[in-house]
Design a protein around this ligand. Structure first.
Ligand code: NAP
Ligand code: GDD
Length: 337
């Protein structure tokens, strides 16, 4: 039986990865932050809380990292924990750097000293492409981050590559484009949209307030993406891989797809700050722009080229963006029933 340790096991990806690894027969350990009330909602929803072993673990604490790597004889270490909300990273730039950048080298260095046979996965991100230098973006596209989050993740990405090259470690980065699910955090735009539309479909009347409607993202399903993480650590040779669908969609079009899945007929009017959306069937206004959600620097367009993962890992995304919007909208609608 292989042993895996997942930082961020209580997050969206951590929960899906824990379930996937348990199904593969792994012994799964995970790190959870000490908070006043333990939060295992996502693990509970996937029915795996009692099958994983949880350890008090904060990425900001070197000794937490030291203890789990010294004590657990880990075969595969998945570093998924992060301050993962781009919007918050301008308010938390130093904390974001501590957790998303510095913690990565602490983990790598501890593995190097105490457990060099452990394979390491780093959660890198398409946010590193930021002001994109190439369309579509691949493993060789030049990085140009646009947020404190993106900058911190660039450090995590390059230090993973550097430890691999310097110390012959099995350390790989997955450059994952946006991936969502019914377990997505409520502040991210897809879930904010599906939660808001579900409430409107259930009789509510609060229009959803959003920021930049023109941004484009390459959205896939988180359940597909955790499989790609695992494939990376099964390779003889560690490397970096883009996981993406190769399809990009505006926030507006995702909104329309989610509304359609709930039986709405979404009509758009106006531009910029005056843009609104109405459900023609109910006559309700369902979206208005609130500039408070604009970002100091925006990532306008992300679209990934997953050819390397497709050919070398045999990985393939299975869920389309419209299926994803429907899955999330219906899940939020059912939960309100
Ligand atoms: P998420 O749902 O926000 O989960 C983040 C996890 O990190 C949570 O379990 C959180 O714990 C934990 N965490 C945060 N700060 C911590 C700290 N100081 N010490 C220990 N744990 C801490 O994120 P996700 O969507 O699953 O993403 C997983 C990883 O992939 C992240 O590194 C993210 O940056 C990266 N990524 C995500 C995407 C995407 O589209 N989802 C794309 C590319 C890369 P709490 O439950 O206590 O908050
Ligand atoms: N969150 C949010 N809320 N975003 C909004 C809103 C809003 O009200 N209105 C418009 N947007 C736009 C943002 O400006 C951004 O262009 C886009 O929607 C997506 O925002 P998020 O869903 O917050 O995701 P993200 O792309 O910034 O970051 C996610 O994906 C990255 C991978 O590219 C996160 O999961 C990161 O952790 C991940 O690395």
């Amino acid at each position: 039986m292989k042993t895996a340790f997942i930082t961020g096991i209580t997050g969206q990806d951590g929960a899906y990865l824990a379930k996937f690894l348990l199904e593969k027969g792994y012994k799964v350990h995970g790190g959870v932050r000490r908070i006043s009330q333990p939060e295992t909602t996502r693990l509970d929803l996937l029915g795996v809380t009692n099958q994983v072993e949880l350890h008090e673990f904060d990425l900001a604490e070197q000794n937490n990292i030291f203890r789990v790597i010294r004590d657990l004889e880990i075969d595969e270490f998945y570093n998924l924990a992060a301050q993962s909300f781009v919007g918050a990273s301008w308010e938390l730039p130093i904390y974001t750097a501590d957790v998303d950048a510095m913690a990565v080298v602490k983990i790598l260095d501890t593995i190097r000293s105490l457990s060099p046979q452990t394979r390491f996965y780093q959660a890198s991100t398409s946010e590193m492409f930021g002001l994109v230098q190439e369309v579509p973006q691949s493993e060789t596209t030049r990085l140009y981050p646009r947020s404190p989050y993106g900058v911190a993740k660039v450090y995590g990405h390059y230090i993973t590559m550097n430890y691999r090259e310097s110390f012959d470690m099995h350390a790989s980065s997955g450059i994952l484009f946006n991936h969502e699910s019914p377990l997505r955090g409520k502040e991210f735009v897809t879930r904010k949209i599906t939660l808001g539309l579900a409430a409107l479909a259930r009789g509510g009347d609060a229009a959803i307030e959003l920021g930049n409607m023109d941004a484009k993202r390459d959205w896939g399903f988180a359940g597909d993406y955790v499989e790609g993480m695992w494939h990376m650590l099964q390779q003889d040779v560690p490397d970096d891989y883009v996981l993406a669908t190769g399809v990009t969609t505006t926030i507006r079009d995702f909104f329309t797809a989610a509304g359609t899945a709930l039986g709405m007929d979404i009509e758009w009017s106006g531009e910029g700050e005056d843009e609104t959306a109405t459900d023609k069937k109910s006559g309700k206004q369902v979206m208005k722009v609130n500039p408070k959600f604009y970002r100091p620097a925006e990532v306008d367009l992300l679209i990934g080229d997953p050819t390397k993962a497709l050919t070398k890992l045999g990985w393939k995304p299975k869920v389309t963006v419209n299926e994803l919007a429907e899955m999330m909208a219906k899940s939020d609608y059912d939960a309100l029933g």
